[in-house]
Write a protein that binds this ligand. Structure first.
Ligand SMILES: Cc1cc2nc3c(=O)[nH]c(=O)nc-3n(C[C@H](O)[C@H](O)[C@H](O)COP(=O)(O)OP(=O)(O)OC[C@H]3O[C@@H](n4cnc5c(N)ncnc54)[C@H](O)[C@@H]3O)c2cc1C
Length: 294
């Protein structure tokens, strides 16, 4: 049973904002793959919905003048994965969202919905954290841009103010140019499962491919919101791309994560696999960046 009081269809971004002002309790619906389930489960009752699904202006991937990659918030996971700009510049993001649910969910679910639901297990989130993505929001006071780590406030809660919608996710050129990354989703089964832990690493190598000029790592499900691991990044940045560096990098991850026990896995198990995933992900990222084991 879907207890929906009213459905309003936005005809433009400004119309969506106006509708949100006129109906302050209404919820945005994009692909509906999260919110419809909440309604069916009775977690939302007598709800007013504002659909933005028809706003094609919020769909697609493009390069901004300054080289930033702009991913419209209504872009589906399938489109993110297949898009040539994603494949060329940030293939790992396409691979990460290709691990979401099954084909139907990847065709209907959007990157905007995946970030606005504020869930730590969202498959796009750790890669977006690891690439210092920005979230673009439009509201009654205009447009603002927020670093993704500030956008996630607490479990299930993001910095969306009254009347705002997310219009895009942006990845600055300096964040992706020359980097290669790898995402590992550890789940209890290979299909249609939420991550027990998600780990995304990207690296930039020196010209001779022997040194890690930069390293970034982020986890999902290692805390109430996705998070970066500064201690691990410090341990590897500027170091040689060798086994000893990867070992220390993986060890340091424990400093910054704080997973919890859940029915999916214990805290101890998550702590253990965080190191295994970190090590595997950095090795693969180095390989993709053209490095070799020394
Ligand atoms: C069977 C199944 C399997 C799944 N598996 C996975 C998985 O493996 N990994 C994973 O990460 N997710 C998974 N999901 C969750 C879901 O598909 C994603 O979170 C999806 O990205 C949500 O996008 P949507 O467009 O459907 O969002 P909706 O359901 O339309 O919206 C989700 C939330 O975000 C808000 N919202 C959406 N877009 C905007 C916007 N532009 N501005 C402001 N607020 C907005 C809505 O108000 C709502 O609160 C699964 C879901 C199902 C049903």
């Amino acid at each position: 049973m879907y207890d929906i009081k009213a459905l309003y269809e936005a005809e433009s971004v400004s119309h969506a904002i106006r509708l949100l002002e006129e109906h302050p309790d209404a919820k945005i619906i994009a692909g509906g793959s999260d919110i419809l389930i909440k309604i069916r489960e009775g977690k939302l009752k007598d709800v007013e919905l504002i659909s933005i699904y028809g706003l094609d202006e919020l769909r697609g991937v493009m390069l901004e003048e300054d080289g930033a990659l702009r991913i419209g918030s209504l872009t589906s996971f399938s489109h993110v994965t297949k898009h040539p700009l994603i494949q060329r510049h940030i293939r790992v993001l396409g691979e990460a969202v290709d691990k979401v649910g099954g084909p139907q969910i990847r065709n209907i679910g959007t990157i905007g919905g995946n970030t606005c639901n504020g869930v730590t297990s969202a498959d796009s989130a750790s890669t977006l954290f690891a690439y210092d993505a920005l979230v673009e929001l439009a509201g009654p006071d205009g447009v603002r841009t927020v670093p993704i780590h500030e956008f996630y406030l607490k479990a299930g809660c993001v910095d969306l103010r009254q009347g705002e919608i997310e219009t895009a996710v942006l990845i600055p050129k300096a964040s992706y140019d020359g980097y290669a990354g790898h995402y590992i989703k550890y789940a209890m089964r290979n299909a249609m499962d939420i991550a027990t832990l998600g780990c995304s690493v990207n690296v930039k190598l020196s010209e001779d491919k022997k040194q890690l000029v930069d390293v970034r790592i982020a986890f999902g499900v290692a805390g109430p919101v996705p998070l970066r691991c500064p201690a691990a990044e410090r341990a590897a940045k500027g170091k040689k791309a060798i086994d000893e560096t990867y070992r220390r990098f993986a060890q340091e991850v424990r400093q910054d994560i704080h997973p919890r026990d859940s029915w999916r896995a214990s805290r101890a198990f998550r702590e253990h696999i965080s190191q295994v995933l970190a090590r595997r992900a950095i090795e693969e990222a180095v390989d993709r960046a053209g490095g070799e084991a020394l």
